[in-house]
Design a protein around this ligand. Structure first.
Ligand SMILES: [Zn+2]
Length: 139
């Protein structure tokens, strides 16, 4: 009897997993940002803003991919700082790390759009959403 229950549970679980997998592969979330189209590919990346569980909230900005290691991209972007002493704005370069979803083909040197999300891991709370508009238009 115990054995019977166990095997039934395993079957339920695998069916459930299959349904989740299918759902993830066919459904693209609306990430709530106008003007950015979802990627052509689909993926099963849980940390993907389009197909996974990551929700974009907060900051959205553009940057350039410096390097990629194990789906983590180092991105440089420019920020404007107001310096009261000189009464002028200065441009400063900053770096952050962001997760690269499986469905995005990103190379080093690409201009990308990054969104702020709930912490994805200990050190990362940004995720790549798309390539930059201008690059998409050139295609
Ligand atoms: Zn994806």
């Amino acid at each position: 009897m115990i054995h019977h229950h166990l095997s039934r549970n395993i079957i339920f679980k695998s069916i459930y997993n299959l349904i989740i997998k299918w759902y993830r592969s066919t459904h693209v979330k609306d990430i709530g940002i106008e003007g950015i189209n979802p990627p052509e590919k689909v993926c099963d990346d849980k940390k993907c803003p389009w197909h996974g569980e990551i929700r974009i909230r907060g900051l959205l900005f553009e940057g350039k991919v410096e390097r990629i290691r194990r789906r983590i991209a180092l991105i440089t972007f420019y920020r404007y700082y107001y310096i009261p002493k000189y009464e002028r704005y200065m441009i400063r370069r900053s770096k952050i790390k962001a997760h690269v979803p499986k469905c995005l083909d990103i190379k080093e040197g690409d201009e990308v759009i990054i969104g702020e999300a709930r912490p994805i891991s200990k050190i990362i709370n940004f995720v790549l959403i798309s390539k930059k508009w201008s690059q998409l238009a050139q295609k």
